[in-house]
Write a protein that binds this ligand. Structure first.
Ligand SMILES: C[S@@+](CC[C@H](N)C(=O)[O-])C[C@H]1O[C@@H](n2cnc3c(N)ncnc32)[C@H](O)[C@@H]1O
Length: 226
C-alpha cells in the first residue's frame, strides 16, 4: 500500500477529480481519459466529500464498496483517506467495469474480497457475514431502485460496526434514492452526518445503534423500516 496523498485545498481537489477523468464527458461535464478513472461523480460534490473524509474521518480498518462500476471512486477516495482493507461488490455488468482490472492494480488499500455478483443474492451475504459488525465504512452505489437500495442498506446494516459510516450516492438526483433518504431521516439507527448536495447527492450516515436488525423478510423484499 502506498502513502496517502496530502489533502489539497478544495479547489485543487476539484481539479484532481477533473484530471482523473469521467466516464461520460457530456453527462458529467469533464473529459473521459482512457487511462483515467472513469468517475461517475460531480467534481465539486465529490471533491467536497473526499475532502471531508480526508480531514474529518479517522483512518478505517475495514471498508466495503457496493456498486463500483470502474472502481475509479474506490481508488480516488483511498488515495486521500486511509482505508487499510477494502471489499468490493458489483454485478460486473456496467460498460466501464472492465476498467476495474487495471484500476485495482493501483488501489491504495488491501483488496481482501472481491465479489462479482448480485448484491441481493443470499450467497453474497454468506460471503460477507464473517465480517458482520466489523465494517467501519461502506459506500453504497449499486442498485438505484427503492427496494434494491433498501436491500443493500439492510445488508450494510448487518456488516457495519456501531458508529460505522454508510455513504449513499444519488440521494438527490434519483427519485427512489431520494425516497430512501427521506425514510432514513426517520431511522432510529442511522443519523445524517453530512449531506453533499450539488448535483447527485452524497449523503453520509452514521450507524448510531442497532435497535432494529434486518430480518429475512427485509432482506428478501427490501420492505420494512431501516
Ligand atoms: C452508478 S454505478 C456506480 C458508480 C461508482 N460508484 C462511481 O462512483 O463511479 C452502479 C454500479 O452498481 C452495479 N450494480 C447495480 N445493481 C447491482 C446489484 N444488484 N448488485 C451488484 N452491483 C450492482 C452496476 O453494475 C454499476 O457498476
Amino acid at each position: 500500500m502506498g502513502l496517502i496523498q496530502p489533502t489539497p485545498s478544495l479547489a485543487d481537489m476539484i481539479q484532481a477529480v477533473r484530471n482523473a477523468g469521467s466516464s461520460h464527458e457530456e453527462f458529467f461535464g469533464y473529459p473521459v481519459r482512457e487511462d483515467g478513472l472513469h468517475l461517475q461523480q460531480d467534481p465539486t460534490e465529490y471533491a467536497s466529500f473526499v475532502h471531508f473524509m480526508a480531514t474529518e474521518v479517522p483512518a478505517a480498518d475495514l471498508t466495503l464498496e457496493i456498486g463500483i462500476a470502474s472502481g475509479g471512486q474506490t481508488k480516488f477516495l483511498r488515495d486521500y483517506w486511509h482505508a487499510r482493507r477494502t471489499m468490493v461488490l458489483d454485478i460486473g455488468q456496467h460498460q466501464v467495469f472492465p476498467q476495474w482490472k487495471r484500476i485495482k492494480q493501483s488501489l491504495n488499500s488491501d483488496l481482501i474480497l472481491e465479489i462479482i455478483d448480485d448484491s441481493h443474492s443470499p450467497k453474497v451475504r454468506e460471503q460477507l457475514l464473517p465480517h458482520a459488525g466489523k465494517v467501519d465504512f461502506a459506500f453504497v452505489d449499486g442498485d438505484h431502485s427503492y427496494r434494491g437500495l433498501k436491500q443493500d442498506i439492510f445488508l450494510t446494516k448487518e456488516l457495519l460496526r456501531p458508529g460505522g459510516l454508510m455513504v449513499l450516492h444519488d440521494t438527490a438526483a434519483v427519485g427512489d434514492c431520494k425516497k430512501v433518504f427521506d425514510e432514513l431521516l426517520f431511522s432510529s439507527d442511522f443519523a445524517l452526518l453530512r449531506n453533499f448536495q450539488y448535483r447527485f447527492g452524497i449523503s453520509v450516515w452514521k450507524m448510531i445503534r442497532v435497535k432494529r436488525m434486518p430480518n429475512a423478510f427485509n432482506r428478501m423484499t427490501g420492505w420494512g423500516r431501516i
